[in-house]
Design a protein around this ligand. Structure first.
Ligand code: HEC
Length: 160
């Protein structure tokens, strides 16, 4: 039955393309996600959010100074002015007034089906050495970012 095996092959490659299996993305959980962004795909090697290169003065409630990194998927979507696809990660570093002391790392990570009511974003807050201060469907993050629920739950956008 060559047709059946061909159809199965198409099905399998479809799964792989859609990230259902073996796409190397981390689970939306505090420790796994931290390991991914510091060891497996270190965020400090990523691009900055377009238009926000380097350290810049932040707004409340995040740090006095911020750095915002994006993985490839998030970078491309930002440049194209499109919604972030599943697998997009934005990592924000929050620095103290001295511009040097890292206070916290607050990422958001889009995961299909993780939290449909909250734009499917996984939120976390880590201390500078990866201590988990919050991770998951964080009400605080969701409430405030929710003012932009129609714009991907993001404050930062790049004008087209
Ligand atoms: C009271 C409002 C508020 C809360 C609570 C809040 N944020 Fe934000 N967030 C902001 C604002 C404002 C910005 C834009 C910062 C800037 O560039 O000056 C922002 C930016 C970000 C960004 C950069 C991408 C974007 O949305 O523009 C990330 C990532 C982020 N926040 C993560 C988090 C996480 C994780 C939490 C919860 C632990 C959180 N935020 C809680 C207001 C908030």
């Amino acid at each position: 039955m060559p047709f059946v095996s061909f159809a199965f092959f198409i099905f399998l490659s479809g799964c792989m393309m859609h990230g259902m299996a073996g796409d190397g993305m981390p689970e939306p959980k505090g420790p796994e996600f931290w390991k991914y962004i510091v060891e497996e795909n270190p965020y400090r090697t990523w691009n900055f959010f377009p238009g926000k290169e380097g350290l810049y003065r932040g707004t409340s409630p995040h740090g006095a100074f911020l750095k915002v990194y994006v993985n490839d998927l998030a970078y491309r979507a930002a440049l194209e002015g499109k919604p972030m696809p599943y697998g997009a990660i934005i990592v924000k570093e929050n620095y103290a007034e001295d511009k040097k002391t890292l206070m916290a790392v607050t990422p958001m990570y889009r995961v299909k089906g993780f939290n449909p009511d909250g734009g499917d974003w996984f939120w976390a807050k880590y201390g500078p050495n990866g201590e988990i201060m919050a991770a998951g469907r964080m009400e605080g993050c969701i409430k405030c970012h929710g003012v932009h629920r129609n714009a991907d739950w993001r404050f930062l956008h790049v004008a087209k």
